[in-house]
Design a protein around this ligand. Structure first.
Ligand SMILES: [Ca+2]
Length: 271
């Protein structure tokens, strides 16, 4: 079930709910993007010098094929001042079709496929690896920064290759040093306190610096750190957790709600 196809093409939604400060900062619907190179469409641009095998949009999804050769990375640019005491949420519908082996990146390898970029560094790196005993399952991992103080931490809930999940990365900036919190949610409910944290890490390294610059989609790989095979459907940045959940509804929930949900979504979009 493709949520974006249900509601039709929409490249950007600015929604203000629950108070003046809550806002969807950007919401990209890849089904309105032309199939082909992602860089150059919307606010997406190549980052770094590697232009090999440009990142592709196909059928309304961003495609990152698995492999062991580094390809082009792309950033979704968005400049934003992100102050202590505030939270940001990056949400996507994620489908992982393959991932490095359980042991391949259990250390400080950095084969992340998605990460916000702040102050020139990738903070909040999302990683996947196959489970130890079931080749049809994988685990998501998280790394607050690329610093050695922050080894990759993996969740324990096994996810299924080929299944689409609503994934939200939460970043909570806390006043003081080495205390900012990065958390992953998988198929959360709209209330953050009622949602289960999949995995989290307190940044033990240097605090992220302003500005928030956007979200990097990475096709990094090497002979020792292979790349996961992933698809992104929708990419959302918001400062409100419930907005993030609403922007990337868990697919099974949408199927269960059926036409009623569709009608509700249409009414909300017209409002
Ligand atoms: Ca801090």
């Amino acid at each position: 079930m493709n949520f974006q196809r249900l509601i039709g093409a929409s490249t950007c939604v600015i929604a203000v709910t629950g108070g003046a400060s809550a806002a969807v900062l950007f919401q990209d619907n890849y089904s309105s993007f032309a199939s082909g190179n992602l860089a150059g469409q919307g606010a997406y641009a190549q980052i770094g010098t590697n232009s090999t095998n440009p990142m592709q949009v196909s059928g309304g999804q961003v495609v990152i094929p698995g492999g062991t050769v580094a390809y082009q990375d792309v950033i979704r640019n968005f400049d934003y001042t992100f102050a202590d005491g505030n939270s940001l949420f990056v949400a996507t519908l994620l489908t992982v079709h393959g991932a490095p082996s359980f042991d391949a990146n259990s250390g400080n390898g950095s084969a992340y496929f998605l990460s916000p970029r702040m102050g020139g560094f990738e903070n909040g790196r999302i990683i996947a690896k196959t489970t130890q005993n079931d080749p049809t399952k994988y685990l998501l991992g998280l790394r607050a920064t690329g610093q050695s103080a922050n080894p990759i931490v993996f969740g324990t809930q096994e996810l299924t290759f080929g299944q689409t999940y609503a994934v939200i990365l939460a970043i909570d900036l806390v006043a003081g040093a080495s205390n900012d919190i990065f958390s992953l949610y998988v198929d959360p409910v709209s209330s953050r306190p009622a949602s289960t944290v999949y995995v989290s890490q307190v940044n033990a390294g240097t605090d992220p610096a302003n500005p928030f610059q956007g979200v990097r989609l990475a096709q990094f790989a090497s002979a020792t750190i292979p790349r996961a095979d992933v698809r992104f459907n929708n990419l959302v940045l918001t400062n409100d957790f419930s907005d993030a959940v609403a922007a990337v509804p868990e697919p099974a929930t949408l199927v269960a709600l059926g036409a009623g949900a569709l009608a509700l979504i249409r009414r909300r979009k017209k409002a």
